[in-house]
Design a protein around this ligand. Sequence first.
Ligand code: AMP
Ligand code: FE
Ligand code: FE
Ligand code: ZN
Length: 282
Amino acid sequence: MSTGAIDLHTHSSVSDGTESPAELVHAAVAAGLGTIALTDHDSTAGWREAAAAASDTGLTVLPGMELSTNYGPASVHILAYLFDPADETMVRETARIRDGRLHRAERIVERIAVDYPITWDEVLAQSVDGGTIGRPHIADALVARGHVSDRSAAFARMLHWRSAYYEKYYAPSPLAGVRMIVAAGGVPVLAHPGTRGREWVIDEKTIRALADAGLFGLEIHHRDNTQSGKERLFELAAQFGLVVTGSSDYHGEGKPNRLAENTTTPEVLASIIETGTGSRPF
Ligand code: AMP
Ligand code: FE
Ligand code: FE
Ligand code: ZN
């Protein structure tokens, strides 16, 4: 295992990052990191390219994904590491989520286009073939048209979940998600779960159920978790024996988040690698 910073949450252009998997790997090498996890939304399509780019670089790449789940009105993200990418349930369910995302994005674009001229083709032009479509691609098309200055402005205005243009997409429950990841030999970690402070969207009873189903950790060191949210998460991690991770949620130029702005300890990385049985680090 290499030394250097450990960042277990990054996105490539296979989902809503702005760099190809190879460019992302090269950016991590240039920044002197030791390990990254590639965690594109609901897709493993970048694994092969990342593995090829990482060979002979000394960078370790953990194959991963950020799985979308729905918890009532809230969208809950679960990081999954080292699962079997050919697991049938995983393949079927992520295909269903990506398909739901695609049609939902088309409907959001239809509504936005009434007020701000924009076409579906312009949105597709902002994404890679077969990639996971999300609101960031709509944001990029709005930026290209000059309707807004950057992704953040698009999210603040047209793409906010409270906006009249918004709609959700199909995703399994967090419990079904954790069970599916574990069944595929993977290691599930709740992504940025403390964004709303101490009155938290996931209650203690549900966390207990997720822990019983094999939830392995909580991503506590993340810029979107509030201070009071972090305090509550540390209590929950201790209570349920969950590991603590930290990561950047890097999206290239799509977000201000910089590689390794938050990191995970070598001990926690080792425990994740020891636990995952569906695939191996590149
Ligand atoms: P979606 O997957 O379509 O629900 O869109 C959510 C994605 O948009 C998240 O994965 C974030 O990476 C991205 N996102 C959310 N808020 C912002 C923001 N203010 N600026 C840039 N990207 C954002
Ligand atoms: Fe994202
Ligand atoms: Fe996320
Ligand atoms: Zn993410």
